[in-house]
Design a protein around this ligand. Structure first.
Ligand SMILES: *Cc1c(COP(=O)(O)O)cnc(C)c1O
Length: 536
């Protein structure tokens, strides 16, 4: 008799106890609403979709542990108790590996020993890591809570850009293994150039029946490209090196520990700060555990600890990884390279804190409600659990496998949080050209006919028509189906696979798309009007 782990299918990891009924909307109703909302996916009412794969951001289910924590939310203006719990949770997650302190349990268990609370939570002293504590967080702030990831990006780049230009008025470049759209926009809005250094094997074919056996870590940074860029543009023109884990823009592919170590080495060689865009750190750690030599028997916690031991800081959206509905942060190593480089005329942490207070509020809530802070802190302990991570990974992989079996050009192996279609391949054999935004036409038809929402992350989102031939090389032609945590089951996926396959077989009927309003807008995929051009 096989054991529970040998059946070839994973043991279920959870059960939903709250259910929301999906409304029975007709194709004609969706068609009407699409026209009234200018065919923009971001303007379409979510309540009228059957399955919403637009984003995994903040759209996941919270666990009972998180809901319980939420009730402990403290809405005090200054130093709410969740602030301390969150800082401890961040230390536990990114620095303590297999030895977390779990101070959150003092609050959740209703600890009344005041001395214990003071000594273990409210008046602690830390320095030298990502989260100074006690007096050190006051004199050298290095942990900044904000409502979401892009706020952290804004905080970081709007603070360092003027310092850079004051110091030397040259063109600056920030390399990344794949800038996310808001990251790129925040960098560009501050007059810095954003460079994508995708892994060379990203678009290589991969057999769908080998997804459980090996992984080529297509999210890696192109190391040669990085060296070339630094040599080419000069060390002083690179404020920092960024690596996104997992690489959302590059089809959600993971980054190997080996690649992280190599980037760390290069950063060290040139004395450049190295940052993570850490949005999906636990998913990335799970890929390392499954596929990278030497990590099979390591816990997710210890892998995360090692990953973060190589960086000087990170920006993060806590809405990802299925972690929480709201939250973001900026953290950097106390007295590390970033701190030294940018503290020339005054402490960079103090500057960041000033800007944080100016835009998001007191540093102990940073634009979040006390309830959200508690749910987020609890989420940091949920998101590293192996059964959850495996179930999520298998769900995404299964989605990709089913599409591949139907002959749909899906990027393989599947990434961590989403399935991506290769639209160049999808439209092979039709007269669709890159500037026709076929990926957008596909999402419009999928929503119209089948009530499924996905998003184009390609020439439309990354503004192909506004870019130079050189910049266009950094754009992939993809459509993304993101998976919210613990929301959908096999039935949603089967419905989506059937719908996507039906559209694939009718691809010559998919319209080209014209931008009818706001082509010049920044981050235009969130706001422009579109017009599908149907063949008569
Ligand atoms: C979502 C995301 C961001 C931005 O985070 P928000 O919370 O949406 O502002 C940044 N980087 C990556 C890789 C992301 O996936």
């Amino acid at each position: 008799m096989k054991s529970q782990d040998e059946l070839g299918v994973p043991v279920p990891a959870n059960k939903p106890l709250v259910v929301r009924t999906i409304k029975k909307v007709t194709k004609e109703q969706r068609e009407y609403v699409l026209e009234k909302t200018e065919y923009n996916m971001f303007s379409f009412p979510a309540d009228l979709t059957f399955v919403d794969f637009l984003s995994d951001s903040g759209s996941g289910t919270m666990t009972d542990y998180q809901w319980a924590a939420l009730f402990h939310g403290d809405e005090s203006y200054a130093r709410n108790k969740g602030y301390y719990v969150l800082l401890e949770a961040v230390r536990d997650t990114f620095e303590r590996g297999d030895n977390p302190k779990r101070s959150i349990d003092l609050i959740l268990s209703g600890e009344t020993n005041v001395k214990k609370l003071i000594d273990e939570l409210y008046i602690t002293s830390y320095e030298g890591g990502f989260v100074n504590g006690g007096i050190h967080q006051l004199t050298r702030p290095n942990a900044f809570i904000v409502p979401q990831g892009r706020c952290a990006e804004h905080l970081l780049f709007s603070t360092i850009a003027p310092l850079l230009k004051e110091n030397k008025n040259i063109t600056y470049y920030i390399p990344n293994n794949g800038h996310f759209d808001t990251t790129e926009a925040n960098i560009v809005a501050n007059g810095i150039k954003a460079i994508n250094l995708f892994s060379a094997n990203l678009m290589e074919d991969f057999p769908y029946d080998e997804m459980d056996k090996r992984n080529p870590f297509k999210g890696n940074m192109d190391l040669e490209g990085l060296e070339d860029l630094i040599q080419d543009k000069s060390v002083e023109s690179i404020p920092l090196i960024y690596v996104t884990i997992t690489n959302n823009t590059a089809a959600g592919q993971p980054v190997s520990m080996k690649n992280i170590k190599s980037v760390h080495k290069i950063a060290k060689k040139y004395n450049l700060p190295f940052f993570f865009d850490a949005c999906r750190f636990s998913e990335n750690a799970n890929f390392i555990k499954e596929f990278e030599e030497g990590y099979k028997n390591r816990s997710i916690q210890s892998i995360v600890q090692e990953m973060f031991s190589y960086v000087d800081g990170f920006t993060i959206s806590f809405k990802k990884d299925g972690l929480a509905n709201m939250g973001g942060g900026l953290f950097f190593r106390d007295k590390g390279l970033f701190h030294k480089k940018f503290s020339i005329n005054g402490d960079i942490g103090i500057r960041l804190k000033e800007r944080q207070i100016l835009t998001f509020g007191n540093d102990s809530y940073g634009g979040m409600s006390g309830r959200d802070i508690m749910a987020l802190a609890a989420g940091l302990y949920e998101v590293i659990k192996q059964p959850y991570l495996n179930e999520r990974k298998n769900q995404v992989r299964e989605f990709a496998r089913k599409l591949a079996k139907n002959g749909i050009p899906v990027i393989l192996p599947a990434g961590g949080h989403a399935v991506y279609l290769n639209m160049d391949k999808f439209f092979e054999g039709t007269d669709m050209k890159i500037e026709d935004f076929g990926g957008v036409g596909f999402t419009i038809e999928l929503l119209k006919h089948f009530g499924i929402r996905a998003v184009e992350l390609g020439p439309f989102a990354f503004e192909w028509d506004k870019k130079t031939p050189e910049q266009r090389k950094g754009i992939l032609n993809l459509v993304r189906f993101a998976m919210p945590r613990n929301v959908y089951s096999a039935s949603h996926i089967d419905y989506a696979v059937a719908a996507i396959t039906e559209l694939y077989h009718n691809k010559e009927k998919i319209p080209k798309v014209r931008i009818s309003r706001g082509a010049e807008l920044r981050l235009r995929h969130f706001q422009t009007g579109l017009q599908p051009i149907y063949k008569s």
